[in-house]
Design a protein around this ligand. Structure first.
Ligand code: SF4
Ligand code: SF4
Length: 334
């Protein structure tokens, strides 16, 4: 079966679990280790920053997973699809925090809340780790933190990523700038011509009506190849309760009820309860994308210096990741 047919089948069977490494996450060691863990655990797709080095790190992690599978008595049923994400200016997934040293009082509040450990003792943000979540900004009482959008030449980078093995692409389009959203959507559609492309939307800036109108315009370009990643609360804060995941289910409900024939993934605030909540609410989504929570539960393993040499650490991490996937997919289906 060809790869795009395989992905179509997984979506039709409503069995897609996507690991979100983070559109802004360029920590190569973390991405490589996440790819190993979640490939062994059975994730069907890995979502990556649109950066060749990150793509190569994920491929390396997948290669390690295949090498380790026999020792874990596992068969990897599906080689995960590699997806890269790009974002429109203003979208939180692709911004980077900056600390204004002239205003900063060195109180360390931001260091304590940063889940990526991206802020050093010198109060400088390590950009490759920053995922743009905004937690540091909320914690700073002195308004010393602002954000920059790193401009990238996507017309050059995206074809390079496709040549490196990336099969699907995603646009984070949380913006009121409709022209920019449609321009970048056409770009993705022109590069990935024989597989799915995805748009990640939430309702923080767009009303239900405007969001569905944008999806309609994008569907006119991508047709049956279109996935909508319905984002509840972008970079939610990693909670594992029903309230954290409620808006992901609500956003997907709006998209599904629009009747536009797209595949729908739940995202943003997703956790171990997402699939179950969707089913209880009668929201028939095609899969679940998990970012912050998926990274958080394996972080104690990923951060260890002996990760690459201690088989038992990987085994334990895979078991934790596998539970998350199972809970979501079983939850979706009942
Ligand atoms: S919270 Fe604000 S003032 Fe405190 S260290 Fe961070 S940037 Fe500086
Ligand atoms: S708290 Fe979030 S936005 Fe701030 S530095 Fe850390 S990852 Fe970046």
């Amino acid at each position: 079966m060809k790869r795009h047919q395989e992905l179509r089948r997984i979506l039709q069977e409503r069995n897609l679990f996507k690991l979100v490494c983070g559109a802004g996450n360029e920590d190569l060691t973390e991405v490589r280790r996440l790819a190993t863990i979640y490939t062994l655990a059975g994730a069907a797709m890995h979502d990556l920053s649109a950066n060749l080095n990150v793509v190569e790190a994920a491929k390396e992690g997948i290669k390690t997973a295949y090498e380790m599978a026999p020792r874990l008595n596992r068969e990897i049923a599906l080689r995960p699809f590699l997806n890269v994400s790009i974002g429109i200016k203003g979208d939180p997934h692709v911004r980077k925090a900056r600390i204004d040293k002239k205003v900063c009082t060195c109180c360390s509040e931001c260091v304590d809340v940063c889940r990526q450990e991206a802020i050093g003792e010198d109060f400088v943000v390590q950009e490759f780790r920053c995922i743009g979540c905004g937690d540091c900004e909320k914690a700073c009482a002195f308004e010393a933190i602002n954000f920059i959008h790193k401009k990238a030449d996507f017309e050059k980078i995206l074809p390079e990523c496709a040549r490196a093995g990336v099969e699907t692409m995603e646009l984070h389009a949380v913006t009121e700038d409709d022209d920019a959203a449609m321009r970048d959507w056409r770009l993705l559609s022109g590069i990935i011509t024989d597989n799915f492309i995805s748009v990640c939307l939430d309702r923080s800036l767009l009303s239900n009506k405007y969001m569905t109108e944008r999806i309609e315009r994008m569907h006119a370009i991508a047709g049956e190849r279109m996935i909508v990643q319905a984002d509840g609360v972008p970079m939610s804060g990693e909670g594992d309760d029903f309230n954290t995941t409620l808006q992901a289910v609500a956003c997907a409900d709006v998209v599904i009820k629009s009747g536009i024939p797209v595949k729908v993934l739940l995202s943003g605030g997703t956790n171990s309860k997402t699939g179950m909540l969707a089913r209880q609410c009668g929201v028939v989504a095609h899969g679940v994308s998990v970012g912050s929570f998926a990274r958080k539960i394996v972080k104690p393993f990923v951060m260890r210096d002996d990760f690459d040499v201690d088989f038992d650490i990987i085994k334990e991490a895979v078991s934790v990741a596998e539970d998350l996937i199972r809970l979501n997919l079983e939850g979706l289906h009942g």
